[in-house]
Design a protein around this ligand. Structure first.
Ligand SMILES: NC(=O)c1ccc[n+]([C@@H]2O[C@H](COP(=O)([O-])OP(=O)(O)OC[C@H]3O[C@@H](n4cnc5c(N)ncnc54)[C@H](OP(=O)(O)O)[C@@H]3O)[C@@H](O)[C@H]2O)c1
Length: 322
């Protein structure tokens, strides 16, 4: 089976996605949808895509597509994904899945009721480093995990027109960057049973800086920071009762891990070549070929849990995308 992709959007991440699919041998981009014919044509020219639709609706109506990659701003994810699902297409949706738990639940409900594949594009989970991390945790290399510390943030000047500062597009640190430390906490510790968050809401009414502490059943704690106006360390530490695993910057796509047990540090190199999004693309190919409607690595319940945690952080910080 060769998977036929449609791409919705032509911005930064859709360009990377086009490069990623070209590195796989299980599928290809056969159609693109853009808000403009020029946008669709430029993308089609760059990636050799024949069918170039001047609207997302036309892309949804294209009968010769198996799965659509939604690479539009967060604020559109729910409506765009629902349109493609209702047109019978499987969907890989960029992170964050949506603006809220309620939206993510609606998306999951529609995918499940129609028997279609839907996954949030948390590409980190499919990278070689995260695969090794999962194995290390499963074999108990650092013992029982007590804490996860993780941050992701960079200093941008406040630009009201940029999507990260545009409230209408779902801007802010938590949804765009905080999701990476949060998904690491969730992967390692599961869902929290208590969340305490503080943050700064800037002049464009988005959360520019956030720090959150998550408590988990059993007592483990996650400490998470995200920012769009501060250069954070962008690394992560997973602290167990017999050792520590460090993810160097950038913690969402490290090329090695440091594992320290009994005072000895082992460096585990986990490099890859080319565009790292290709690993999540390969996961979609694998799932579709196997007839799976959810990835076991990023199932829909995980996206719902992450959305619920982000809802709570944003509520405490004073931002509502509802
Ligand atoms: N996985 C990752 O590493 C990663 C990295 C960056 C971003 N992302 C995610 O990908 C999504 C898009 O981010 P991006 O950085 O690619 O954004 P971007 O460069 O601004 O591109 C977004 C694209 O969406 C389309 N679009 C539809 N409605 C729009 C609107 N009202 N305003 C602006 N664009 C609109 C546009 O394509 P047309 O003009 O062709 O319609 C535009 O090029 C976000 O949800 C983000 O979280 C993921």
């Amino acid at each position: 089976m060769s998977v036929r992709w449609g791409v919705a959007g032509t911005g930064g991440i859709c360009q990377q996605f086009g490069e990623a699919v070209a590195l796989t041998d299980g599928g290809s981009v056969v159609a693109v949808g853009s808000r403009s014919q020029e946008g669709a044509d430029a993308y089609g020219d760059r990636f050799g895509v024949a069918r170039r639709h001047a609207s997302y609706q036309e892309l949804a109506a294209d009968p010769d597509i198996d799965v659509v990659y939604v690479g539009t701003p967060h604020s559109r994810h729910e409506a765009d994904a629902l349109m493609f699902l209702e047109a019978g297409k499987h969907v890989l949706c960029e992170k964050p899945m949506s603006l809220s738990e309620a939206q993510t639940r609606r998306m999951a409900d529609v995918a499940r009721s129609r028997g279609l594949f839907l996954m949030e594009a948390i590409w980190s989970r499919f990278l070689p480093s995260y695969r090794v991390l999962a194995d290390l945790l499963a074999e108990g290399r650092i013992g029982a995990v007590r804490q996860v510390e993780a941050s992701f943030g960079f200093a941008m000047p406040v630009m009201p027109e940029h999507r990260l500062f545009d409230r209408a597009l779902g801007g802010g640190a938590t949804l765009d960057l905080g999701i990476y430390p949060l998904q690491l906490c969730s992967m390692v510790l599961g869902p929290p049973d208590a969340v305490r968050a503080v943050g700064h809401v800037g002049s464009t009414e988005v959360d520019e800086q956030v720090a959150a502490v998550l408590h988990h059943p059993g007592g483990a704690v996650g400490v998470v920071q995200a920012a769009i106006t501060s250069n954070l360390r962008c690394d992560a530490r997973i602290v167990g009762d017999v050792g520590v695993i460090e993810l160097p910057a950038f913690m969402h796509c490290p090329d090695h891990l440091l594992v320290t047990v009994a005072g000895a540090t082992e460096r585990i190199d986990t490099p890859w070549e080319g565009e790292g999004l290709r690993f999540e693309v390969e996961e979609v190919h694998r799932c579709l070929t196997a007839g799976l409607t959810e990835s076991p690595t990023v199932p829909l319940d995980e996206s719902i849990r992450l959305a619920a945690t982000m809802d709570e952080i944003l509520r405490q910080v004073g931002v509502s995308h509802g």
